[in-house]
Design a protein around this ligand. Sequence first.
Ligand code: CP
Length: 318
Amino acid sequence: MKQFIQVEDVPDKDVESLVQEAIKLKKQPFQFDDLGKHKTLGLIFFNQSLRTRLSTQRAAQNLGMDVISMNMNSESWQLEFQDGTVMDGNTQEHVREAAAVISQYCDIIGIRTFASLTDRGKDYREDVLSKFMQFAKVPIVNLESAIRHPLQSLADLITIEEHKKIKRPKVVLSWAPHPRALPQAVANSFVEWVKNSDAELVVTHPEGYELADEFVQDVSVVTCQQEAFEGADFIYAKNWSAYQDYGKILLKDNNWTITEEKMNLTNQARFMHCLPVRRNMIVSDAVIDHENSLVLEQARNRIFAAQVVLKKILEWKN
Ligand code: CP
């Protein structure tokens, strides 16, 4: 694997094999602890993180890698991304130098850079991530970009594979309310990855929250949450802001909160969320604390999602 930006980077787009390899790694996490010896992973964060930062660090350590990390906005120079700019304003270093310099210290670079939610064109072109990809000299791993969160989606598929009771489960991605405007990245990626697995995918959201066509093409979308939940094996809750009316919050009321009453419509579905989660906004306490909740398993599987990706990239580099 040369890089990990989206599902297309999985060799032959064989997501099933990658999931199986991650499950094997989970059983013997230190089996390849020499593979990353004398190699360094750099973790570059333009935004906050708990799970991504710690699980990716743990994954790298399981492979024998060293890890260095930096919060760009508070610890480094303000970066310029435009070419040809006279840098007489607030930006102090151009991404051309910054990405190339980080590549002198690291063998793989992970980058987290969220959507602006103010400029859809810029976000959906992945302006920041693509500049790093252009000017870095080493492979890049997407730690959540403007429109995708592939390490989360891979962890989610590992979790579904471990807990499914039938070969082709019904997986429902449900929009749920949140007080702040959130990116579409987790939802986009989840759709993109589940489409490449053996599952029946249904997306449900209120009108106005349609995801971009490039993601939901050929996916069953319903605007009645109760109808979508019927017979579901997995309920994946997530908030996102509007794509059409870009970055806007159109609805905040709790009619779309995931409750026990709604979970009772399902086939004893397992509840999933990528975390962090706003309790009693996205999901009721009773649902997230129920034995059918998989949120901690998902968080644990972030290690093995990252580990299998780093292993594949290290193998390609060797
Ligand atoms: N799910 C996830 O990416 O968590 P963090 O934002 O805490 O990394």
